[in-house]
Ligand binder design. Structure first.
Ligand SMILES: [Zn+2]
Length: 428
């Protein structure tokens, strides 16, 4: 693959797409086998050559976040002088990990993001304001920038900032699109500095904007109160260096077949049926410096393999429904903070918030929520009723000042708000 935007394989029949993926996968496995100290001895040449379908990958070694965190240097497949970029994982769960990229990996990343943005309807005619971090070792910010320029769109690297700052930039540059975290879009839209503009669409990162059935979630509805924006969700991570992005049909993020293999696995590592919930497990293709094999993301979602009405035959990944590490067991039922957040989003006064996952005196999971002083007693009562009725969660509620909550959200100089605090595994 030379990562140029021609011969896009999305529209091939599914069988042809699998054939292409199998060929690229075998190439990647041969490369890993020769170059990776970590994967040395974990699979044989015969096993690699024996692959004729994606499902043949099922017997291969699965890589955990722990493997990557504890033995990072062993994943390096390129000499140090060939590395051109270091990025860090966001550390949403667990400690941040450093990932190194070669020149070819950067090209691959730009290509990936250009492909992703083009699926989301971005073109060379767009002027795009990026409202996320572009430094601090953040891969995604850099990827958006490179992908947009690759596509020929114009970029305004506004980066993180207050709504006032962003409205000032909007006035000056008149962008047609934004790249943003959805909750920031809500904040920006509700800002007193807002004015009529020509922004038509936004690429949404970091938080889901759809429910499991692809209908708009509460956050998406909240944004719609302020803006008439065409929202497109994209999902990626530093480790996978590949995006799954929604097309105009908004029914899951399309897989880029020449860049990644996707498996949705149950707790025993077996592939679940199409449309069933499981752990997103990925094998990025064409990665040179730190390739990963069957990397377990810890994110839970569903895969849909039926052809899409947009004409693409590539499988789609549904919204992330939870993170395995943040699963809470309440009276035997598993729930995820994202479900609590969706209910919180229907209370405008309950923002910003913090969700704490704790162990009670009996070692059982418990939840507490910190809300701003602006949240009324009526809202707090109604919130409890809703949580009880829909999730059977009875959290303890506490009120703090907005500044205290903000400080906790960006603890440890985090480059994005961390709304979940999980004290069960030592984080504080
Ligand atoms: Zn589609």
């Amino acid at each position: 693959m030379d990562f140029t935007l021609t011969n896009i394989p999305d529209f091939l029949p599914l069988a042809e797409i699998e054939k292409l993926q199998v060929a690229l996968l075998k190439k990647q496995l041969r490369y890993i086998q020769v170059n990776s100290p970590f994967y040395k001895g974990k699979f044989s040449v015969e096993e690699t050559e024996g692959i004729s379908r994606i499902s043949d990958l099922s017997g291969f070694f699965r890589t955990s976040k722990k493997d990557l965190a504890e033995r990072t240097p062993e994943f390096l497949c390129a000499p140090k002088r060939e590395l051109v970029e270091y990025v860090t994982t966001s550390g949403t769960t667990g400690k941040p990990v450093t990932i190194a990229l070669s020149k070819k990996d950067l090209k691959r990343l730009a290509y990936n993001e250009a492909r992703s943005l083009s699926i989301a309807g971005f073109t060379a005619d767009d002027i795009v304001q990026i409202t996320t971090t572009l430094d601090k070792g953040f891969m995604a910010g850099m990827a958006y920038y490179m992908g947009l320029t690759e596509l020929g769109a114009a970029v305004l690297r506004a980066g993180q900032g207050s709504p006032e700052f962003h409205w000032e930039m909007i006035k000056q540059i008149q962008p047609t699109a934004l790249i943003a975290v959805p909750s920031f879009l809500q904040k920006l839209g509700s800002s007193p500095s807002a004015f009529p503009h020509q922004i038509k669409k936004a690429l949404c990162i970091g938080e889901p904007v759809r429910n499991q059935d692809f209908s708009d979630n509460q956050l998406s509805k909240n944004i719609a109160k302020y803006w008439d924006l065409d929202l497109r969700s994209t999902y990626a991570s530093t480790e996978m260096a590949t995006a799954f992005t929604e097309c105009s049909e908004k029914n899951g993020g399309h897989l880029l077949p020449e860049l990644i293999i996707l498996e949705i696995l149950d707790e025993h590592g077996n592939e679940v049926a199409d449309g069933e919930l499981g752990e997103v497990t990925v094998t990025p293709l064409g990665v040179e410096a730190m390739p990963l094999l069957r990397f377990r993301t810890g994110d839970l979602a569903r895969k849909y393999s039926s052809p899409c009405a947009c004409g693409r035959n590539t499988p789609r990944l549904g919204p992330i429904e939870g993170r395995l590490a943040q699963m809470i067991k309440l009276k035997g039922t598993a729930i995820f903070p994202s479900q609590i957040e969706d209910i919180l989003h229907s209370f405008p006064t309950a923002n910003p918030y913090l969700i704490r996952l704790e162990s009670d005196e009996n070692g059982m999971d418990a939840v507490s929520i910190e809300l701003p002083e602006t949240c009324t007693h009526e809202d707090m009562e109604s919130l409890l009723v809703n949580l009880q009725a829909r999730l059977r969660v009875k959290p303890s509620l506490k009120r703090s000042s907005v500044s205290e909550i903000q400080k906790a959200l960006f603890r440890g100089e985090s480059r994005k708000p961390k709304k979940i605090i999980d004290t069960r595994n030592g984080e504080n």
